[in-house]
Structures are given as C-alpha cells and as structure tokens.
Design a binder for this molecule. Sequence first.
Ligand code: UFG
Length: 349
Amino acid sequence: MARYLVSGGAGYVGSHVVLALTRRGDQVVVLDNLRQGHRAAIPGTADLVEADLADSPAIAEVFANWRFDGVLHFAALSLVGESMRNPLVYIAENVANTARLAGAAAKSGCLRFVLSSTAALFGYPERTPIDEDARLDPVSPYGESKLMAERALDWADRLHGLRSASLRYFNAAGADPEAGIGEDHEPETHLIPLAIRAALGLAPPLTIFGADYPTPDGTCIRDYVHVTDLADAHLRVLDHLRQGRSCRFNIGGGQGHSVRQVLDAVERVSGRPVPHCFGERRPGDPPVLVAASGRLRRETGWQPRHSDLDAIIRSAWAWHSRNPYGFGDRAGSGSPVLAARPAKVPVPS
Ligand code: UFG
C-alpha cells in the first residue's frame, strides 16, 4: 500500500483523484486550505491537513509526520479570466506554491510528483489535435503560471532528482454522483455546469460566447474529458513514474464538441430546454482545442471509458439535480480566493 499527499484534494479534480486512490486501497493525506475546496468532498478514509501552501512550516510538518510515495499537486488559482485581472497574483501563487511543495517533497526524499497542468499552455494552437510537441505559447497569466511551474519541475528533476509528470487537462467535466462528489465552483464559469443549472432554473440563461467562430456551427469546440477518466490517468501516471523519467501528457476525451452541441446534449439528456442567449466572444478563447492523447494511451494503457459527451452530461446532471446547492457550504458570492485582495497587485518582492 502506498501513501500519497494530495494538495487541493478537496477541489473538483483533486477530490475525484483522492476517491480513485482510496478506492484502490492507497492512503491519502489531503492538504487543502478549503478556500475553494469542500470538506465534504474528501472521503472519510483520507486524512485532511487544513493548511495553506504558503505556510512553509506547516508543509514541513506534513513531510515530517508522514512518508509519502508521491505528491499530487492540484491546489492552484485556475480561472483564465480572473488571471487576466490579477496576473501577478496568479503567477506568484501558482509558481511559488509548486516550487515550495516540490522542494519540500524532494527534501523529504519523496521523488515522484504529479502536476495538474492545462491546455492553456498552448494559447492559440497552430493545429489540432494538439500533441505534447506543439508550441507552448500561453495567452493568459494562468497558462503562463502553469508553464513556469512545469519549468520549475524540470529544474527539480535535473538538480534534485524529482521525477514529475505534468498533465495538461483539456476540459474536465462530469462527476461521480454515486460517491456524492461533483463540480462546485464559486464563481462557476464553466460551460457544462452553467448550462445544466440554467436548465434546472438555478442559474440565469446561458450566454453563448460567440457564434461567429470558424467552426461548422460558429461556436467554440472543446475536448471534454470525464473527471473519472482523468482520475484514472493520474493513477496510471503515478505508476509510470516508477520508470524514473519525468513526462508530460495531454489529456482529453479524444473528440471535439461545440458549445451548441453541448447545449443540445444537455437538452437531450435532461429532457428540458436550456435557456440561452448569444453574446460577444470571450477574450482569450481559441476556436478549437482538441487533445491528441496518444502518448498517454501508448505509455500507460489509459483509455477514456466515460468521456462520451452524453455520459459526461448524465453524470453532471445527476450531481447538480441531486445537489442544487453543491456541497452546501458556501454562503457568499464572488471569488473566495481573490475577494480579500486589492484589484491592483504590487509586484511580488
Ligand atoms: N462558454 C460559453 N458560455 C459560458 C461559459 C463558457 O459560451 O457561460 C464557452 C466558452 O467560450 C468555451 C466553452 O464554452 O468556448 C468552454 O468554456 P469553459 O469555461 O467551460 O472551459 P474553457 O475551455 O474556457 O477552459 C478550460 C479549463 C481551463 C483551461 C482552458 C484551456 O477550464 O482551466 O480550458 O483553454 F485553462
């Protein structure tokens, strides 16, 4: 039996990975400040350390108290739009936290590290599907922060022997409603939860951001991957790291779907209309983002099993309709992360 430290394990993707690890019998320690995550998303068999990654003594204590076979690092600021308004907060927080956690892991002798990375590294790609050799050219501070985090891990490999896997997610979606976990962000900005919540009458009509893209129906195309498939990829990658080489994988469900097709699927699955209107393009949205996940399949045997669009929507629909208030632990509105910070942020010293 192995033991893993999971930062951000109370968040959306993190909690599904914690569930998968505990289901296969691994021990998990979740490290989360619960600013974005939910206590109720953590299985009872996992330990929770409620601490911030900026708190170096608390992190050192975690590594002193347990021996880990690997670290999975999900905790991050992750909203592209918010990063455009608070660029230096995003870069400072995401890069420094990755460096601190990787440094503490290496110092403790734990030399396997998985980074939750993003398709936002690729900016406006020259071609799709996007493989791992595509040009890295982020067009948001969020994407830049993850690219810098990946590069920090390269140095940790060269100089500390820390073997890492950077997993570039395309569009994580869906839920594990049977296990009682799903997507609950505040604020929610993602297409599938917003479309479902509009159909349930829990959110205003969805605005489709742009219908004049160079795609067959004029709306943006994305590659949705079920969060349970994403979790399975993490487990396989942890095992793959035992081969002693750092790696990078692009992860998507393998098919592109337009915003219009997603709305049609929500209507098909739920039997309800999705109230919507058309708005301007959202700045920074590339027309098409589809992953080439061949490397992950070849090297780890991963296969997406739940990433058919209707299956994704069915699981998300079940989660949102059974849990209209998500985990029910949020009172306010607006970003809980940046609410307390000044809008203009000084350059970090
Ligand atoms: N969209 C709408 N209306 C909405 C919300 C989204 O039309 O109210 C559209 C977007 O314009 C986009 C598509 O739905 O075309 C998907 O948008 P999401 O916000 O759900 O997801 P993104 O593709 O913008 O973001 C995802 C991840 C990010 C990652 C990014 C990489 O959530 O973390 O892919 O490009 F950075």
